[in-house]
Design a protein around this ligand. Structure first.
Ligand SMILES: *Cc1c(COP(=O)(O)O)cnc(C)c1O
Length: 442
């Protein structure tokens, strides 16, 4: 009784006073209070355990409460949690930069530590613009991207998110005006068709003199629509960037650290970016940290006129606690058999989700690495009064948006738990089908 009271007190306070992502305080959405988490499971206040299909938004790749990540954090806390990065440096930042330079493409040699993915995108955009400024090319300030992208919630990042499903409708007037090519359609190199990149190419041809960079998410577009496209598109983008002297920014904040089957998605196209954004899984889901890496060409180009300094410096830049945990997370990753884990997840997702392809409500099923997506023919906005509760009652944590039900579980998930997630997705689609049929007949 006491517990139940506290729980509802908490939830009432939360509903009254706290913003959640993309939420309203006048019409708060239902919440579940999590008290602890372990492996792939979240424990709710009422004692229930649910299997996390979201990896807390792509980040918890090794699972929750990992003894080695816990230990790394505790050891670092006893040394120092934080110290400013202006004029001072420390071992955790040096170790992490070394590791990142080691595991990314050889030309990426310079690391800027940012405090979130969105900030790392802001920094990437600044790098590109400052690079051209320092070359005396003051009109190269715009960006070219593809539709259905997502790059974060800050103003610079928002301006390159998809103009329709992103936040342009609210902030249109204040956002920088960039260029958008259609989202790629070719899903595999086998079905490649030159027309897929025709419009992108013509935008480059028309606008290259005012373009600083191309920015996109390689192979998998995340929050902009959970779309998958082929490596050939990326190869051709790289080639056009070289031909027209544009910088290529790859946002691997979601795809990085093995999620798509290779350590970084760009490896599958055998290319590398001039500027690379990393985040999300960087600390294994422990705390916020991101990084923007760039090549010597970009880094040295920014300082070309002798006075060029990169104009960014967050208060918590290279937070030692976060860097230390990130080092441990990268060690865990390299010591693990993540390739096999991701491949196993991919195979199981393919087998178990593809079965839903024939359901009347399903438009398409997509699987890439440890990511499984079921796109429905119907948006789910108006189902949110019952759907989240229904999902938790299935013993899982999945958070559909728009017309998408998708999962990207921790790499350590076992066959049985993954089966529970895919089964729950089937149950969700069935329940939706029933609800919609009832609604239609009313
Ligand atoms: C999540 C995400 C971001 C933003 O990262 P935050 O840490 O939420 O600011 C940017 N780009 C991509 C591709 C992402 O998935």
């Amino acid at each position: 009784m006491m517990l139940a009271m506290q729980n509802s007190d908490n939830l009432n306070f939360d509903a009254k006073h706290i913003w959640h992502p993309y939420s309203s305080v006048t019409k708060p959405s239902p919440m579940h209070e999590v008290v602890s988490a372990n492996g792939v499971r979240l424990t709710l206040k009422d004692g229930r355990e649910i299997i996390d299909g979201m990896s807390s938004w792509w980040s918890t790749i090794h699972g929750y409460n990992h003894p080695r990540l816990n230990q790394a954090a505790k050891q670092q806390i006893d040394q120092m949690s934080h110290v400013m990065f202006g004029g001072l440096t420390h071992q955790p930042a040096i170790d992490l930069a070394r590791k990142l330079i080691d595991i990314t493409a050889e030309p990426l040699q310079y690391v800027f530590f940012a405090d979130s993915g969105s900030v790392s995108v802001e920094v990437a955009i600044k790098m590109a613009i400052q690079y051209w400024m320092a070359q005396g090319q003051t009109n190269k300030q715009r960006l070219l991207t593809i539709r259905s992208g997502y790059h974060g919630d800050t103003f610079g990042a928002m301006a390159v998110c998809d103009p329709e499903n992103g936040m342009h409708n609210v902030f249109e007037q204040v956002l920088a005006k960039h260029l958008f090519a259609p989202a790629p359609e070719c899903k595999t190199d086998e079905e490649w068709d030159d027309s897929d990149i025709a419009e992108f190419k013509s935008l480059v041809e028309q606008h290259h003199s005012e373009l600083a960079a191309v920015i996109l998410e390689p192979l998998v577009q995340g929050a902009g629509g959970m779309r998958v496209y082929c490596p050939e598109y990326l190869r051709q983008v790289r080639q056009l960037c070289d031909q027209y002297d544009l910088l290529l920014i790859l946002d691997e904040i979601a795809t990085g650290f093995g999620r798509t089957g290779s350590l970084f998605a760009y490896e599958q196209a055998d290319i590398y970016p001039d500027i690379l954004c990393l985040g999300k899984a960087l600390t294994g889901g422990y705390m916020t940290l991101a990084a923007t890496l760039c090549t010597g060409k970009v880094a040295k180009g920014i300082g070309a006129d002798g006075s060029g300094v990169l104009m960014h410096g967050p208060t918590f830049m290279a937070n030692p606690l976060a860097c230390r945990v990130a080092c441990e997370s990268l060690d865990l990753l390299t010591e693990s058999n993540w390739q096999q884990q991701v491949q196993n997840i991919e195979q199981q997702l393919s087998k178990e989700l593809m079965r839903y392809q024939t359901m009347s409500l399903v438009k398409e099923v997509r699987v890439k690495g440890a990511i499984g997506v079921v796109e429905l023919k119907q948006e789910l906005w108006d189902q949110m009064d019952w759907l989240p509760q229904f999902i938790v009652d299935q013993g899982v944590w999945i958070r559909p948006f728009r017309n998408l039900i998708y999962i990207m579980p921790p790499y350590i998930i076992n066959t049985e738990d993954l089966k529970k997630l895919t089964t729950a997705i089937g149950n969700i689609i069935e329940a939706l089908t029933e609800k919609l049929a009832i609604k239609k007949s009313q």
